[in-house]
Write a new protein. Structure first.
Length: 78
C-alpha cells in the first residue's frame, strides 16, 4: 500500500514534512482557523504575508512561523 501524502492528513505540518510554500488550506489547518479567516486577514493586512504565484495564493512557512511568533502576548525572552 503506498504511503499517504503528508498533505492528505489533518496532522499539523512539521518543518521536515512541509515544503517552502504552503496553500491557504495548509496554513489554515496549521493555525486552526478557517480558510475564510486567512482571506479576511489578507484583505485587512493583518495576517501572515501572502504571495501570488500566478493566480494562486501561497505562504512561505518561514513567514507564517515569524508571524505566529510576533502574535505572542508574552515576551518569552525575559
Amino acid at each position: 500500500m503506498p504511503n499517504p501524502s503528508p498533505r492528505s492528513t489533518n496532522a499539523p505540518a512539521t518543518a521536515a514534512a512541509r515544503g517552502p510554500l504552503a496553500t491557504p488550506a495548509e496554513v489554515a489547518s496549521y493555525l486552526g482557523v478557517p480558510v475564510k479567516t486567512l482571506y479576511q486577514w489578507k484583505y485587512r493586512g493583518i495576517g501572515p504575508n501572502v504571495h501570488k504565484v500566478g493566480r494562486h495564493l501561497r505562504y512561505r512557512w518561514t513567514e507564517v512561523d515569524a508571524w505566529v511568533n510576533a502574535q505572542s502576548a508574552y515576551d518569552l525572552t525575559a
